[in-house]
Design a protein around this ligand. Structure first.
Ligand code: FAD
Length: 322
């Protein structure tokens, strides 16, 4: 990834003021204010910044708001600016900005983070898109398979990466299948992908594209533009960068995170410290840790989750006698 240079594009000043006639015929004056320091493009003047993901996928950052920030600052400045409406001016030193951003994130004062937006162009397998579209707070515009022929791109894991069904987590994979089973699965994908030829020929014979696509497997790639504010993007990332998320969506979330990190480094640092790397303790868990007693639940899953947290905390949980 080419890293954004904060000083590469300087905004051209607009006219200092513009006179305009109001409906009642009086002239109104627009007051324009200009920054004390020049503005710089937080994307370093790039049209798009792209990361390849999986075999045919990509995440491209195509725009963001604010696109311009005072030279030497990052797009975190928009969060600080909005927050200062609530908290007053105070000092404007960079380290003060960092403290404010960290305070806001720690205390779930979320709306200032909605002042920053990111627009991505993404290509991902259809089964990844199905998980992704559940995040309702983004604005989405997807490739139309009614209007256009679906491109010939299918997701294919490598033989060495075909996961086995997890015994403990019904929703996940765990470890690898044996080599012969991996080959069988890849041959199944071959047969599914071979349907593409028939899809094409039947659309050429006149079957509507909107119907013909029903024969394509969910490994086929789709594309969309996806725009989201930083608060909701962090929510998406906290769910989809988590180890419980499916690998094939996790790699997209990780790529997005790498793209935004140079643009909002203070927010990302706070996100890592207070969300991504943090954990939630329930009332029962706090009570068990405080008292040194077993957690007061008969639910095996809840007990296992508590034990996982104890491992992270470096403590040994008390257990009920069998
Ligand atoms: C590991 C994992 C496993 C999952 N498994 C399943 C599954 O088996 N089946 C399944 O169906 N889904 C599953 N999901 C999807 C999950 O239930 C959520 O739909 C998805 O993560 C989006 O979360 P969200 O609603 O919080 O996000 P968003 O849609 O981005 O919403 C963000 C927040 O905005 C608010 N919000 C947004 N829209 C509304 C609304 N219309 N009404 C009320 N509040 C709203 C909510 O507070 C929400 O938390 C899974 C997700 C993950 C991460």
């Amino acid at each position: 990834m080419s890293s954004p240079q904060n000083d590469s594009v300087i905004a051209k000043p607009l006219a200092a003021s513009q006179a305009e006639a109001s409906p009642d015929g009086n002239s109104t004056q627009h007051k324009c204010e200009f920054p004390e320091v020049p503005l710089a493009d937080v994307m370093g003047g790039a049209l798009r910044i792209t990361k390849q993901v999986l075999d045919h996928g990509f995440v491209a950052l195509v725009d963001c708001m604010p696109r311009l920030a005072p030279a030497g600052k990052t797009a975190d400045a928009a969060i600080v600016q909005a927050a200062r409406v609530s908290y007053g001016e105070g000092t404007k030193q960079v380290n003060e900005d960092r403290g404010l951003v960290r305070y806001l994130l720690r205390h779930r004062h979320t709306t200032p983070f909605e002042m920053v937006e990111f627009k991505f162009h993404i290509a991902m397998p259809m089964f990844v898109a199905r998980q992704w579209i559940r995040h309702r707070t983004a604005n989405v515009n997807e490739y139309s398979a009614r209007y256009s022929i679906v491109p010939d791109r299918f997701y294919r894991p490598t033989a060495e990466s075909i996961r086995a069904q997890s015994a403990s987590n019904r929703q996940g994979g765990d470890g690898l299948v044996e080599a012969g089973t991996a080959q069988d699965f890849l041959m199944l994908l071959d047969r599914a992908e071979a349907l593409y030829k028939d899809y094409l020929s039947l659309t050429e014979k006149g079957v509507a594209r909107e119907l013909a696509r029903a024969a394509l497997p969910v490994s086929v790639y789709t594309e969309w533009y996806w725009k989201c504010d930083l608060h909701n993007l962090f929510h998406f990332l906290s769910l989809r960068m988590d180890s419980h998320a499916q690998y094939e969506i996790r790699v997209f979330a990780e790529a997005m995170y790498e793209l935004i990190k140079p643009i909002v480094p203070m927010s990302c640092e706070a996100f890592e410290d207070y969300r991504l790397g943090a954990m939630h303790l329930t009332r029962l868990e706090i009570e068990a840790i405080r008292s040194g007693s077993p957690i007061a639940t008969t639910n095996k899953r809840e007990t296992a989750e508590f034990e996982e947290k104890c491992v992270r905390l470096g403590i040994t949980p008390a257990r009920t006698a069998d």
